[in-house]
Design a protein around this ligand. Structure first.
Ligand code: GDP
Length: 300
């Protein structure tokens, strides 16, 4: 947690600091409110949440009258937390069925960090005492299966893979079967993220989902988004949400952007919580998303 805070704060706190400086002005005229709005939009908070936040801040500041720096900080902290949703269920479900392992499908556009996230998640689960099978259903990107297998070997999870350019759904099917045969606790299925056509993607992910569900419940569909891609990431998110029922968001590369507002924007866009964040390329760089720690990092 300490690491999460320091990793985030290095880049994120410009948003919080900028807002606090603006709110500390003696006279909050319209120009200042516009600057506050711009600061939020620049940090990728998104239009609707920005307007909501500015409206709330206007009301609260009016009620407050004179403002000490501590009061302002507390006010901003509370409002940002409300926007992020401090009480959403952010646990990654992996219970599975009576006789079947928990199954988590990991989806997202190539390059966002899907395979890395799958590997890191396996590591977390194995460290937690769960046995994990990995399904390399990203058969489109030639190196993806090798990459996943390397993660598997590193963390102690078997990787099920198929022929190159083979059918992703059949790999997913085999992975779940393997998971059942081994009595594994969790199967993580890494999928391909080709956004070439929406119907192509829909067919592929839909099919993976259907074959997985033949065996039992699908616990999670995690959408991996690259935090550095800003509004583009939101467009991708929308397409995936139309194709599969996303249950949680993983925001990767949060270590590489100062635009932490994307957390707020993407949750609003999908109506689904950010559950995990990627904070680097290393094996330990996947963390649960903790709203309070995140807001504290934003405020510096
Ligand atoms: P995929 O195509 O979506 O499976 O993407 P990969 O898992 O291959 O990741 C693409 C690149 O992003 C790799 O170089 C990863 O090491 C890097 N990456 C993944 N997650 C993170 C993260 O949280 N932070 C940083 N800085 N890099 C990441």
């Amino acid at each position: 947690l300490v690491r999460l805070r320091s990793r985030l704060s290095r880049s994120q706190n410009s948003l919080g600091k900028g807002l606090l400086t603006l709110l500390s002005r003696d006279h909050l005229d319209e120009d200042t409110w516009e600057e506050i709005e711009d600061t939020l939009l620049t940090a990728d908070v998104g239009v609707a949440p920005t307007q909501e936040l500015v409206e709330r801040l206007r009301q609260r500041v009016k009620v407050l009258g004179t403002r000490t720096p501590d009061e302002l900080r507390a006010l901003l902290r509370a409002e940002l937390l409300t926007l992020i949703g401090p009480d959403l269920d952010r646990s990654v479900r992996t219970e599975g069925g009576l006789e079947t392992p928990g199954v988590v499908m990991v989806v997202g556009v190539n390059g966002t960090g899907k395979t890395t996230t799958t590997g890191k998640l396996a590591r977390v689960l194995v460290a937690d005492g769960r046995s994990v099978v990995l399904g390399a259903a990203d058969t489109f990107r030639a190196a993806a299966a090798d990459q996943l297998q390397t993660w598997g070997e590193r963390v102690g999870a078997r990787t099920v893979r198929g022929p190159e350019a083979g059918d992703p759904a059949s790999v997913a099917y085999d992975a779940v079967r393997e998971g059942i045969a081994e009595g594994a606790d969790v199967v993580l299925v890494d999928t391909a993220g080709r956004l070439h056509t929406k119907t192509g993607l829909m067919d592929e992910l839909g099919k993976v989902k259907r074959v997985v569900e033949k065996h039992g419940p699908l616990d999670e569909v995690l959408l991996v988004l690259d935090a550095t891609t800003g509004q583009n990431g939101l467009v991708q998110a929308r397409v995936f949400a139309e194709v599969v029922n996303i249950t949680g968001i993983v925001l990767t590369k949060l270590d590489g952007t100062a635009k932490g507002g994307i957390v707020i924007a993407v949750q609003r866009e999908l109506g689904v919580p950010v559950k995990l964040v990627g904070l680097g390329e290393g094996p330990d760089d996947l963390a649960p998303f903790e709203p309070e720690a995140f807001v504290d990092a934003l405020l510096g």
